[in-house]
Design a protein around this ligand. Structure first.
Ligand SMILES: Cc1cc2nc3c(=O)[nH]c(=O)nc-3n(C[C@H](O)[C@H](O)[C@H](O)COP(=O)(O)OP(=O)(O)OC[C@H]3O[C@@H](n4cnc5c(N)ncnc54)[C@H](O)[C@@H]3O)c2cc1C
Length: 381
């Protein structure tokens, strides 16, 4: 039976995504993790299956579903056993592409949205810069207006899918003196002269996903590369960040639940002092705390997602969900590793991957501190 807030249709979708993820992605996860890469054909295959555009209108090649379909996808992707792969897909489905649908012209939607849904164009999102992460308004990449377009100079860092992307949704300054109103969005083809992948970053976790630094040198963009209205980019990217945070929360807490299940299974098998370690009260209580905190965080994710599905814009709940799921996922991963003892610390057991991957959610897409600031402001402080 479907569990709130999902319907029977969502559960059917869940079953088909699960079948795909377990049969076509999970078996290769270890190899892709070792190679720190995965084939771009994953995008085309997911496009064929309709998983990259679940909630977009059919007119653009989407599935015509509701927002909760995206939550189902994020939850099921954690079964691929690779946080990096799940993140790469989420950047496409819930981060870089939604602004095209929300703010793009019809021409932009046909040129970019439809191929993104088919998995023919891979997207990345360019917000963060070497000198500006949390302070988005402090970015220095400029798009200077010229007669028939824009000339972009600057750089972006930590760009997921940056090495393989065909298109970047770019945040740039179009008026240095206008503060928040001086920022605009652009759609940039990565083969545009002046677009350069400077390096791939080596990371603690999320190894399967590529993370790049990208530079722009006198990169010319035509007029129609502007996405949305000039000067509205800060507000438009703030809208994008809500979806990014919520889907990140859904994926990370679903991952935490899987980690918990692995720890629970281990605690029933591993024996010390003549009984399974789960029968020692300390371990039993640790598992009880993990189960409780996962349940609470997941219900907060569902409450926020339900509101989004109703057409609301629940920044407060999304920020709380991001903060809580980040902290709970990290705590669960750490406690699980402890329950696995020395084996948890070896590379032979997958627990270390979840421990490394889960750490990112407290940083990416807005740190814990930024979430606390948003929540504090909304509480009137
Ligand atoms: C693996 C990975 C993938 C990523 N993918 C992308 C991507 O695809 N696209 C993209 O644009 N970005 C991406 N990011 C960037 C990510 O969103 C930023 O790292 C994040 O927003 C934090 O910015 P920063 O690293 O510059 O930290 P900073 O902003 O320099 O913050 C450093 C520390 O100071 C704290 N801090 C900052 N300001 C305040 C304040 N006002 N009050 C209290 N504390 C504060 C922060 O919370 C943090 O603890 C990715 C990052 C990683 C690691």
């Amino acid at each position: 039976m479907a569990r709130w807030p999902f319907s029977e249709e969502h559960e059917q979708l869940r079953a088909s995504i699960r079948q795909f993820v377990e049969s076509e992605l999970a078996p290769s996860a270890d190899e892709w993790e070792r190679e720190a890469d995965f084939p771009t054909s994953v995008f085309t295959r997911m496009g064929e299956l309709g998983f990259l555009g679940l909630a977009y209108p059919e007119a653009y090649g989407g599935g015509g579903g509701d927002y909760l379909c995206n939550i189902v996808l994020a939850e099921e992707m954690c079964r691929c056993n690779s946080g990096g792969l799940a993140m790469a897909v989420a950047v496409q489905t819930d981060m870089a592409v939604p602004p095209v649908f929300k703010f793009g012209t019809e021409e932009q939607k046909h040129r970019y949205l439809t191929p993104a849904i088919r998995g023919e164009k891979v997207f990345c999102l360019g917000i963060t810069e070497p000198d500006a992460g949390s302070d988005v308004a402090g970015i220095k990449t400029t798009a200077r207006k010229v007669d028939d377009g824009w000339v972009v100079n600057g750089s972006k860092i930590f760009i997921t899918n940056g090495r393989r992307a065909d298109v970047m949704t770019l945040v740039a300054k179009t008026d240095r003196d206008a503060g928040h109103q001086g920022i605009s969005l652009f759609l940039v083809d990565s083969d545009t002269p002046g677009f350069h992948v400077a390096r791939t970053l080596d990371k603690l976790g999320m190894h399967t996903s590529d993370t790049a630094e990208i530079t722009f040198t006198d990169m010319f963009l035509p007029e129609d590369a502007l996405l949305g209205n000039e000067g509205e980019g800060f507000y438009n990217i703030s809208w994008e960040l809500q979806g990014e945070r919520l889907v990140g929360s859904a994926g990370s807490i679903a991952g935490a639940r899987r980690t918990f299940e692995a720890a629970l299974a281990y605690a029933t098998q591993r024996e010390t002092f003549g009984k399974p370690i789960g029968k020692h009260q300390v371990i039993r209580h640790a598992l009880a705390d993990m189960a409780t905190e996962i349940e609470a965080a997941q219900q907060l994710v569902y409450a926020a997602a339900w509101k989004v599905n109703q057409g609301e814009y629940p920044v407060r709940e999304i920020s709380m969900a991001k903060l809580l799921t980040g902290e709970v996922s990290w705590k669960v991963a750490d406690k699980a590793l402890q329950i696995f003892g020395g084996y948890g610390y070896t590379m032979d057991f997958p627990i270390q991957r979840g421990w490394r991957d889960s750490r990112l959610i407290r940083i990416g897409g807005g740190t814990d501190e930024v979430m606390r600031d948003v929540i504090g402001k909304m509480e009137g402080l």
